[in-house]
Design a protein. Structure first.
Length: 135
């Protein structure tokens, strides 16, 4: 048949139906996990370990400034050497392309190494934004 009749439901009915399907799938998964004693013990041990580690991390949060300071110093050293490494490889690739007579690719080479060098500053900034979103 070309046309088949289907039941038309509202958005609320659809969402309720969808929630019911997710609940039944979740109940099946929980049922399978709780049948096995070994899985029960593993889940309980994992949850207890997670909770105990969470408390330890919160207790160590006071000395985090020293770690941040050391990390920032290391990042600045990495940026400093990264600048010269990017410059060296950029110059080497430009000289190589000029030796081959390919003048048109110089802009692409400069852009490639500019993006590589800017990632030394962009990625830490992006990670700080992500961290601040979840605090």
């Amino acid at each position: 048949m070309i046309f088949e009749r289907e039941k038309v439901i509202s958005i609320d009915e659809f969402l309720e139906l969808q929630r019911g399907e997710h609940k039944s799938k979740l109940d099946l998964i929980i049922g399978k996990l709780t049948r096995s004693n070994a899985l029960k013990r593993t889940m309980i041990f994992s949850l207890a370990s997670y909770l105990s580690f969470q408390e330890a991390v919160y207790a160590a949060g006071e000395d985090i400034q020293k770690l941040n300071s050391a990390g920032n110093k290391l990042l600045n050293i990495f940026r400093y050497f990264g600048k010269f490494i990017c410059l060296f490889f950029c110059f080497a690739e430009i000289i190589k392309s000029l030796a081959e007579g390919d003048v048109k690719s110089i802009g692409k080479i400069i852009l490639k190494y500019s993006i590589a060098f800017s990632s030394f500053y962009f990625l830490p900034w992006l990670f700080e934004i992500i961290r601040s979103c979840f605090e």
